[in-house]
Design a binder for this molecule. Structure first.
Ligand SMILES: *[C@@H]1O[C@H](CO)[C@@H](O)[C@H](O)[C@H]1NC(C)=O
Ligand SMILES: *[C@@H]1O[C@H](CO)[C@@H](O)[C@H](O)[C@H]1NC(C)=O
Ligand SMILES: *[C@@H]1O[C@H](CO)[C@@H](O)[C@H](O)[C@H]1NC(C)=O
Ligand SMILES: *[C@@H]1O[C@H](CO)[C@@H](O)[C@H](O)[C@H]1NC(C)=O
Length: 173
């Protein structure tokens, strides 16, 4: 019986912590093109980016041969027409380069030196992370007339919870 209550207390602690941690999400590193060395002309980057979810704080990883390719952030016009002149940011470093997606907006990247015309460009749509809505309460009352035993169970649970959490903490901390 005591074991059961400990499990319940642990569960309740997770529930409480979970409700405080609704905004939490670890940043994701998106390998552009899907692999370690896939900033190359043979990849369909439109196809790749439509299958990814990008959120503020995530990172892009460009893996490529720096002697052949580069990575430049450009605006929409530059992206659509493969214009590398007046680029916004030069991301090219050693060929294993990362880029922090710090804003919720559309980002555009291309490879200069003529490779953009062969399809080496990618647009990335970055969103603010919305925490998923919390799951519905475990007891769903559909007819507005809950059975008495569920009600008393709920009341017991609410009254017992703080005591259980305390006893759990005293036992384990
Ligand atoms: C790339 O993928 C997109 C979406 O899947 C598709 O519409 C498009 O035709 C593809 N482009 C090429 C050049 O294959
Ligand atoms: C990357 O972006 C996130 C979210 O804006 C920010 O919290 C973090 O400090 C940035 N990291 C670096 C190294 O710029
Ligand atoms: C976008 O980039 C192009 C080409 O680099 C440049 O000519 C144009 O002025 C830029 N547009 C804006 C709104 O910054
Ligand atoms: C981008 O930066 C790299 C490394 O600093 C440099 O070698 C390269 O010339 C730059 N590219 C452009 C187009 O400015």
């Amino acid at each position: 019986m005591e074991k059961y209550f400990r499990k319940l207390a642990l569960f309740l602690i997770f529930v409480v912590m979970g409700s405080f941690c609704g905004e939490c999400r670890n940043p994701v590193l998106h390998r552009v093109g899907g692999g370690k060395n896939t900033w190359t002309p043979s990849i369909n980057f439109t196809d790749w980016s439509t299958h990814e979810q990008f959120y503020v704080g995530d990172w892009l990883y460009f893996g490529f041969d720096k002697h052949v390719y580069n990575v430049l952030e450009v605006n929409k016009t530059g992206f659509e027409n493969c214009i590398e002149r007046n680029f916004i940011t030069n991301i090219t470093r050693g060929g294993r380069d990362v880029f922090n997606l710090t804003e919720a907006r559309q980002y555009y990247f291309l490879c200069g030196r003529g490779h953009c015309f062969k399809g080496m460009k990618v647009a990335v749509d970055v969103h603010d992370y919305q925490a998923p809505t919390p799951p519905a309460a475990p007891f769903v009352v559909t007819n507005g007339n809950p059975p008495a035993d569920i009600c008393s169970m709920l009341i017991q649970l609410v009254l017992l919870a703080p005591a259980l959490v305390c006893s759990f903490l005293f036992n384990y901390v």
